[in-house]
Design a protein around this ligand. Structure first.
Ligand code: UD1
Ligand code: CA
Length: 459
């Protein structure tokens, strides 16, 4: 099994190698690699350009990489496979820029090849818009004649709608000698793998793909977006089949690696990305973005942003909350409107209800954090920690100047700036006395009115 993943990818107009562009949150190459591995071949080789940053790293030892040092075409790429890997048996070749291909289709191709005794079995597709693909030219009686690349095709050939998908099953003993005889006399000056099909000794067989979406080749950003739409729809269908309610698939974006539990409802305008796990019976969204986070059963997240956060069972978050990396909410926690939490653990059933900032903090169970509470955790050089005990009642607009420790069952008075540790069971207030000037409003207003009249009255 060989995956071709080198080449220039010029049409992407990108500084990132084409095969690393993600679809459904996962590099294109890894989709192709997963399909290759799913049919359990003896070995998987990936042809890469060693100068393209990050490609070998993405393969990450999951397959043997074979270097193609110059992008001289798909035939040249396959010719880089060294003699030790050139078996006589079936050799499946796919392109890394065809990430939607299903393993079932590959298996069907290999099976058809095995049964037929052909020298090569090609996967073909009939496309409404065949532009850019190599066309399948057939002779009288429909027998396969040749693959003609778009660049080299006559107008009549361009009108053909049957295309080469770039998915092949060769018989090794016929492939390797034919590959040696490949030439580059064509418009692109490249060694075309498609020409091997004409050079090979033995019969050429074709198998048609059922679903043309599978063989979409990604050459430019428009095709990248098309692939994204297809993958997204596949992912949403899978989740719905598994018992997840998706109110509006049009505005729901879920990466391929995300897991969502049964009877969870995803509301519109929601993005679930990266390594994210959502439990059962949750309500997520609307207008919510969750990345690399875990949300446990029965939690509710509304109009919020989560990144690297853990949300415990039955917790409620939002609307308008932001949970940053290292946030861990235990069971039944309530995080309310315009609250930001970073690198902090909030104990069971504690509420952080309204416009607070909690950073580098631990809070115990059953505490209540009043509106507008801020942990001042950064002194310009280092972060400092705040520790708040169980059942603590934090008055509104308290500022904790970290490092500071507040014992269990303590209270802080509203508006206090807490700069010292507060022992358990005590009240800490830091506030000047309220002065009341009785009748002040009337005195003030008459003074202002008199001044205004004086101004108007002047000639
Ligand atoms: C290729 C086929 C075309 C087919 C289409 C299907 C050839 C000559 N043409 O055209 O018949 O309809 O795919 O999508 O094969 N690559 C290398 N080294 C190279 C060049 C390419 O490894 O020197 C890899 C690329 O990473 C890519 C794949 O081969 O994944 C296909 O190359 P690309 O240039 O995209 O071929 P197409 O023009 O799309
Ligand atoms: Ca292509």
């Amino acid at each position: 099994m060989v995956v071709l993943a080198a080449g220039k990818g010029v049409r992407m107009k990108s500084r990132t190698p084409k095969v690393l562009h993600p679809i459904g949150g996962r590099p294109m190459l890894l989709w192709a690699l997963a399909a290759a591995q799913a049919i359990e071949p003896e070995r998987v080789l990936v042809v890469t350009d060693p100068r393209q940053d990050g490609v070998n790293a993405a393969v990450n030892g999951q397959a043997v990489t074979v270097p193609q040092r110059e992008p001289l075409g798909t035939g040249h790429a396959l010719a880089q496979v060294t003699p030790e890997h050139r078996g006589d048996g079936p050799v499946v070749v796919i392109y890394a820029d065809t990430p939607l291909l299903r393993a079932e289709t590959l298996a069907r191709l290999v099976e058809a090849h095995g049964k037929s005794g052909a020298a090569v079995t090609l996967l073909t597709a009939r496309l409404a818009d065949p532009h850019g693909y190599g066309r399948i030219v057939r002779g009288r009686g429909g027998a396969f004649k040749a693959i003609v690349e778009e660049k080299d095709a006559t107008p009549a050939e361009r009108a053909l709608q049957e295309v080469n998908t770039g998915v092949y099953c060769f018989t090794g003993s016929a492939l390797w000698p034919a590959l040696q005889r490949l030439e580059n006399r064509n418009r692109a000056g490249e060694y075309y793998l498609t020409d091997v099909v004409g050079l090979i000794k033995g019969r050429v067989q074709t198998v048609a793909v059922d679903d043309p979406d599978e063989v979409l080749g990604i050459n430019d950003r428009r095709q990248l977006a098309q692939a994204e739409t297809i993958v997204r729809r596949r992912m949403l269908d899978q989740l719905m089949e598994a018992g997840v309610t998706i109110i509006d698939p049009q505005t729901t974006f879920i990466d391929a690696a995300v897991a969502v539990g049964q009877d969870t409802t995803i509301h519109p305008f929601t993005v679930l990305a990266g390594d994210t796990r959502i439990g059962r019976d949750c309500a997520i969204g609307p207008y919510t973005q969750i990345r690399d986070s875990t949300v446990e059963d029965g939690a509710t997240i509304e109009r919020s942003h989560l990144d690297g956060a853990g949300v415990g069972p039955r917790a409620t978050v939002g609307p308008f909350a932001r949970l940053r990396p290292g946030t861990r909410l235990e069971e039944g926690v309530k995080v309310g409107t315009h609250t930001e939490i970073k690198n902090s653990r909030i104990g069971p059933r504690t509420a952080v209800g309204h416009f607070s900032y909690i950073g580098d903090t631990t809070i115990g169970a059953d505490a209540n954090i009043g509106a507008g509470t801020v942990t001042a955790n950064w002194d310009g050089f280092a972060h400092h920690e705040t520790h708040i005990g169980d059942r603590v009642q934090v008055g509104s607009d308290t500022i904790f100047v970290a490092p500071v420790v507040v014992g269990n069952d303590a209270y802080t008075g509203a508006g206090s700036v807490i700069t010292e540790d507060v022992p358990g069971g005590s009240l800490a207030v830091e506030r000047t006395e309220t002065k009341v000037a009785e009748g002040w409003t009337e005195r003030y207003r008459s003074r202002r009115r008199a001044a205004a009249q004086k101004e108007v009255g002047q000639p």
